[in-house]
Structures are given as C-alpha cells and as structure tokens.
Design a binder for this molecule. Structure first.
Ligand code: SF4
Ligand code: MG
Length: 335
C-alpha cells in the first residue's frame, strides 16, 4: 500500500509558566492512500494536538514541535507558513467537533465552499457555485440549490456538520482530518454523518484520520486504529485486531468502558479507574502504571517500546507498548 502520510517521532511541547507540558511524546504512525485510520484516547492524550500538528495549526513558538511529518514525502514541519496555506484545504482538509466555531456566521454556506475552490483551483465563479451545489448534494443536504445561499444559523447541527464536510472536501484533498466530528451531535445524526464520511471516502478515495474518544464510531468507518495514552501511541492495529484481540491493558479498559453492539444485557460497562498522568512531569516508567491492574515491578521505572503483538495480516503489524509482551518481563513478580 502506498503511504500518504508518515509521522516520525513527533514531539509537541508547550512552554507554560513554570515548565513544559509534553503533550505529544515521540509518536510514530502512517496513513496509507485511501485508508481511514482512527486515533483514539481519552481527552488530554495528545490526539487533538497530533491532528492539529498535521495541519500545522499549533503556533510555534510558543509550542515546540520536533520530528517529521512527511506528506507525500515532503516534511510539513519544514514548510513556510505560506506553503502551509497552500496545503491546508487543498491537500489536507479538516473538520472539527463544533462546526459553529469553524463556520463563518456572516457568509452563506455556498460562499464558504466557493472560497476554497477559488483560492486553490482556478475555477470561474459560476463553475464554483455549481460545484458548491454538487458538494452539498453529495453530503446529503436536501434542496441544495436553495440551501447553498443560506447562512450557518439556518442549518441544524447535523446539517452544519455536513456542510463542514462539503467545505473540507470541495477541493478533493488527499487527506481529511476529522477531530471528534460527531461528538456534539445526537446518536442517530452521528451515525448519518459517519455514513456520509464513509461514502465520500469510497467515492473520492480520500484518506481519513478520525480523532475520537469513542470506540463505537471507529467500528463503522475505520480500517486501522491508533490508541494514544499520555502523549504516546500504546497500541496500533487493524480494527479487527484492536477489537478482537486488544493487547494493551489501556485498550482493554477502553473497550470495557464503551457500549458495543454485541454487548450482553447483563454485561456492565466498567470505567477505567484513576486519571491520566500529568504531562508536566510524566512518569519515568509506563505511563499507564498507576491505573494498570497488571502492573509489574519493571513497569515502574522502565517505559516499554511498541513491539509486535501479533503478525499483521496486511504486514502493518499489530503492536503494543506493554511489558507483558516482552519476553524478558516473563516471571516478573507483580508489584
Ligand atoms: Fe500495565 Fe506494565 Fe503493561 Fe504498563 S507496561 S500497561 S503498567 S503491564
Ligand atoms: Mg480534543
């Protein structure tokens, strides 16, 4: 499979008064062309910061970004602000949790779709307007011919998110980053929006990075899953590997804490006890140690690397960062 995006050792530090918050601590992953990948984890795990770094939306300084973000082989971290302007919207589109904050309330939906088209593609106004209507149709907005001239406040929450998808996909970007795109919507609308994204991904061949805390939405749209905890990737694999054979205690905890379709009636949801570590001073050993029921002595002072958990079907490899997968850790006395 052809790689679209490769992230190598991404670190994002925020300088705050009195020290440094290590929001992203050496993250590695890749996205293949046409693939949908979810980045999953609790709030504060670094998933949104990672997503925003891909778009270079994190102002640095004050933040400090290091590592490599290769998009079609070019390092986005090395691009000038002006070069990034050209990438945003054209090559990489983004949709956020609350479309109301990212839509401009003073412009019609049509104008906002056209803006990108006029900026990135040399289309005439009439052609761009036609394309705006097509895009609204594609995301399932009824009466797109009249809707195109309406303002965001005239759209319902679900419709606004559809409009946002239309805006982000108008220039047919190779990558769409969706950060909690359905969190603010009710469950039925969530499912519809996910379906829209899935259909468009197939139709347009777009790669998707879906950022979510909700493993439920992952099952519908994604091919692969990256689980983040405390600024690091702790497990990665295909959707099937993660759901059917989770290896990291944190992933297992996440799966136990969300309702599933095949949930048995009397099977309780179990929240993960405790809270994530303070990334102002992350622990020396495994970041999950304080919350982990399987913690061993080795976990306290030594941070495990991502290692192969089982050979992947598509050679991507199912990996997890847990000492239990390490041959040397066998026979360790539990603390
Ligand atoms: Fe738990 Fe140790 Fe594995 Fe961390 S490395 S998840 S503390 S068993
Ligand atoms: Mg977030």
């Amino acid at each position: 499979m052809e790689r679209l995006l490769e992230v190598h050792d991404l670190k994002v530090n925020f300088n705050v008064r009195g020290g440094v918050v290590q929001a992203v601590r050496g993250v590695n992953f890749h996205i293949n062309k046409g693939e949908a990948v979810a980045i999953v984890g609790e709030s504060g795990c670094g998933k949104s910061v990672t997503a925003q770094s891909l778009m270079r939306l994190i102002p640095s300084p004050p933040a400090n970004l290091s590592g490599k973000i290769l998009f079609n082989g070019e390092d986005l971290l090395k691009k000038t602000d002006k070069e990034m302007e050209a990438v945003r919207g054209k090559d990489i589109g983004m949709i956020f949790q609350d479309p109301m904050t990212s839509l401009n309330p003073t412009l019609t939906i049509g104008t906002q779709i056209i803006e990108g088209l006029l900026k990135h593609e040399k289309l005439s106004k009439a052609k761009a307007h036609k394309r705006a209507i097509e895009m609204l149709k594609l995301v399932g907005i009824p009466n797109p011919e009249s809707r195109v001239d309406q303002y965001p406040h005239q759209f319902s929450g679900g419709m606004r998110q559809r409009a946002m998808i239309a805006i982000s996909l108008a220039c047919n970007p190779a990558l769409l980053i969706a950060d909690e795109p359905t969190t603010a919507l009710d469950v039925t609308i969530q499912a519809q929006i996910m379906q829209v994204m899935k259909d468009l991904q197939k139709k347009m061949g777009t790669s998707i990075v879906l950022i979510t805390h909700d493993l439920g939405v992952v099952a519908d749209v994604c091919d692969r899953v990256i689980v983040m905890y405390a600024g690091k990737v702790v497990e990665t694999g295909t959707k099937f590997e993660i759901f059917n054979n989770p290896q990291h205690p944190y992933t297992r905890g996440l799966l136990r804490s969300v309702p599933r379709l095949d949930q048995k009636k009397d099977e309780p949801l179990i929240p993960i006890h405790g809270t994530p570590p303070d990334l102002f001073s992350p622990p020396k050993g495994c970041s999950f140690c304080a919350r982990c029921d399987e913690a061993m002595r080795v976990c306290v002072d030594n941070d495990p690397d991502l290692v192969i958990a089982e050979e992947g079907m598509e050679h991507e490899g199912h990996r997890a960062a847990c000492w239990m997968l390490h041959p040397y850790a066998k026979g360790e006395v539990r603390s």
